[in-house]
Write a protein of this length. Structure first.
Length: 316
């Protein structure tokens, strides 16, 4: 199956890719499911967003579907860290259960391993501390197949390892998943705006930072080239992250790739509106819509935002 057919294969994907103005059908709601917790937990800074249990996430998705959400980006947080093993039964159980109950949603799975590794990094290291790119990409691609086998509708690699999109596309095709689209975090900066997410996903690095694989926010040329590379490797959708740091890149990336491109309104961006509202400086929903209008103005095809579950009500 070629890229155009994958993008056009169902109504949800067509809505995500079309050039219509940004609306609630083009917004993706992140979800966190944490292995072993018995009650859903609030996430500091992200009002109305939680670390879900395996059962509470079902109730949350039902409410979100009733609120107009059709796309979800799922982050799975295992109870045990490992640099060699996956919590496969947990992953399989959660994904299969969600898709059994909600067959008509589009469930994207993030394939980063920062919630899995003992280091909190998105990669595997050699004994000398250098990134083992081949081992990292292999493990990420194995995770992509595990997710696809479990029922994921789309794969979203966010690790920023070189060659991971090509590897994902190859291994998915080899295992009969030519129809599974890849939504690549194609331009992802090392950023100060990821804090609330790292708490939610238990993914804070145990040492150093992610400068050796995430992009330098001051480097425009490399940021654009990163998305062009992922397009050439077979990505179906591209994404810039954080949205606030990437506004100027959306048009040039779209012009160079002719692919649907979205933005991720990341946890720190979203939390800043929450805290401004708490201090009485803004009305949260008014400020949220203002940011959405900026993303609309840039021409994004879709938006990942923690407020996707609010969008239909706000717009209508």
């Amino acid at each position: 199956m070629n890229r155009i057919l994958r993008i056009k294969s169902n109504e949800n994907l067509r809505n995500l890719a079309n050039t219509n103005s940004l609306g609630y059908k083009k917004m993706i709601q992140p979800l966190f499911v944490v292995e072993g917790i018995t009650e859903k937990e609030p996430i500091k800074g992200l009002s109305n967003v939680f670390r879900e249990t395996e059962s509470s996430v079902i109730k949350q998705i039902e409410a979100d579907c009733n609120a107009g959400v059709s796309h979800f980006l799922l982050f799975l947080v295992p109870a045990t860290k490992s640099d060699t093993e996956f919590s496969s039964k947990f992953y399989e159980r959660v994904i299969k259960n969600i898709k059994h109950i909600f067959p008509n949603i589009t469930l994207w799975l993030d394939t980063c391993i920062c919630s899995i590794t003992t280091t909190g990094h998105c990669c595997i290291f050699k004994p000398d501390g250098i990134i083992d790119t081949n081992a990292s990409v292999k493990r990420l691609s194995e995770l992509a197949v595990l997710y696809a086998n479990s029922g994921a509708d789309g794969i979203a690699p966010s690790d920023m390892m070189d060659g991971r999109v090509l590897s994902h596309r190859t291994i998915l095709n080899e295992n009969g998943f030519e129809n599974i689209p890849i939504m690549s975090y194609s331009t992802k900066f090392k950023s100060n705006f990821y804090g609330p997410f790292r708490g939610a996903a238990d993914s804070k690095p145990m040492f150093g930072d992610r400068s050796s694989y995430q992009l330098d926010v001051s480097d425009r040329l490399t940021a654009i080239q990163s998305s062009v590379r992922d397009a050439n490797e077979g990505a179906d959708f591209l994404m810039v992250k954080p949205g606030i740091s990437s506004i100027d890149l959306i048009t040039p990336i779209k012009e160079k790739t002719n692919l649907p491109i979205g933005a991720y309104q990341v946890s720190g961006e979203y939390a800043s509106l929450v805290y401004l509202d708490l201090e009485g400086f803004v009305n949260f929903e008014d400020a949220l819509v203002e940011t959405w209008n900026v993303f609309r103005r840039t021409g994004v095809n879709f938006l990942i935002t923690y407020g996707a579950r609010l969008a239909k009500r706000i717009y209508e």
